[in-house]
Write a protein that binds this ligand. Structure first.
Ligand SMILES: Nc1ncnc2c1ncn2[C@@H]1O[C@H](COP(=O)(O)OP(=O)(O)OP(=O)(O)O)[C@@H](O)[C@H]1O
Ligand SMILES: [Mg+2]
Length: 358
């Protein structure tokens, strides 16, 4: 690659591939577009090593949107960065597989991986200013991303870039092409990053808090626009956000993360109708709704996610759970409580967050 490209489309330093990699990521087969198997990510720090995602497994199918929710520090971003092999230098995948189309991204050579990233999988980050390169114009960055992955011809790539900027709602796309990122508003920059991430029609988009920094009106416009393009192109999406309402509106299936583990997984309707894990129940009960009646009481989940949870045994939520007993100190298995609805709690299905919140 001879030009510096924005982070939304290309690589960053990582340490997940070893020199002995076979190079093509050839691996066990998977019937899913993306399948994460037993992923464990470990970070080194001055305070010692710790595993922040604890052997998590999930999948995303073609055309499906998987929502990931959980409080701050639960491991949502680390999971998505590990998929893209964009972990910080002090992080590494210590166990697991990331199968995309049956090939393990963790075993791919850098060259093969660079082809997949941007073309097949792209990522929309929260902070567009940090992800766009300040010394290149918007036009240059979007055009180059297209040239590298889909259309080498400069004029054609430029035309696609202008069209994409229009589709993401930039009022004067031609003028925006000539601007540097700092000259655009936050909402416009976010649109540019989204245009870049979607310009190569990837099969999977990972949107990690893609609109959190924006005001609610722009947020909703941008999410609608992403959804339109996603549906038109039958793309899959991993939607990571704290916004439970957005998850409910846009996801087909949801996984709930707590302290580096998946604690619940279900179809979106099932999850919101019958949340089974006390953590999920409280998360939903803690979410305000615009149509709430005056007497609706919002619930606060006591305490916070433990800073260092890697050595905790048993249920990691138990110190905060209103239903916890001594039995919760034993390891909890993920169980299918209702068809397609899994929860990692021995009490799942027998309690409701409303009782605990009283
Ligand atoms: N480079 C790093 N070095 C050490 N620890 C890290 C590093 N990056 C992330 N972590 C730790 O991994 C855990 C999970 O972080 P992550 O960023 O995935 O949380 P998150 O669920 O995305 O939170 P948020 O909702 O705030 O974005 C946190 O405890 C965090 O401190
Ligand atoms: Mg995050």
């Amino acid at each position: 690659m001879d030009v510096p490209l924005p982070t939304a489309c290309v690589q960053a330093p990582d340490g997940t591939a070893s020199p002995s990699d076979r190079g093509d990521g050839a691996s066990a087969s998977s019937k899913h577009l993306l399948e994460i198997r037993e992923l464990a990510v470990r970070f080194r720090s001055d305070f010692g090593d710790r595993t922040v995602t604890d052997h998590i497994s999930f999948h995303v199918d073609q055309g499906e949107t998987l929502g990931i929710v959980g409080e701050s520090g639960c491991g949502k971003s680390v999971t998505s960065l590990a998929i893209m092999r964009l972990l910080a230098r002090n992080g590494r995948v210590e166990h697991g597989q990331v199968l995309f189309d049956g090939k393990d991204l963790l075993k791919m050579s850098r060259t093969s991986l660079d082809e997949v990233r941007g073309r097949d999988i792209s990522m929309i980050f929260q902070d567009a200013l940090a992800s766009l390169d300040p010394v290149f114009t918007v036009g240059y960055q979007v055009t180059e991303a297209i040239r590298v992955h889909t259309e080498p011809d400069k004029q054609k790539a430029r035309a696609i870039a202008v069209d994409m900027l229009r589709r993401v709602g930039l009022p004067d796309a031609e003028a925006a092409m000539k601007k540097y990122p700092f000259a655009l508003s936050g909402g416009m920059r976010q649109r540019v990053m989204i245009a870049m991430a979607l310009s190569c029609s990837p099969r999977l988009v990972i949107a990690d808090e893609a609109t959190t920094a924006l005001d609610v009106t722009i947020q909703s416009q941008i999410m609608r626009m992403i959804e339109k393009i996603r549906v038109e192109n039958n793309m899959s999406m991993i939607l990571i956000t704290h916004d439970i309402g957005l998850i409910a509106e846009m996801s087909d299936r949801v996984i709930v993360m707590y302290a580096g583990q998946i604690v619940e997984e279900a179809d979106v309707f099932e999850l919101f109708r019958n949340p089974l894990h006390p953590y999920t129940q409280l998360l939903i009960a803690a979410t305000p709704g615009i149509t709430d009646s005056e007497d609706r009481k919002l619930v606060a989940i006591r305490g916070s996610v433990p800073e260092n949870y890697s050595d905790l045994t048993g249920c990691r939520f138990r110190d905060r759970c209103p239903f916890a007993t001594e039995a919760c100190a034993a390891p909890q298995a993920m169980r299918e409580i209702r068809p397609g609805h899994f929860a990692k709690c021995r009490l799942a299905g027998t309690v409701t967050g409303k009782e605990g919140a009283k």
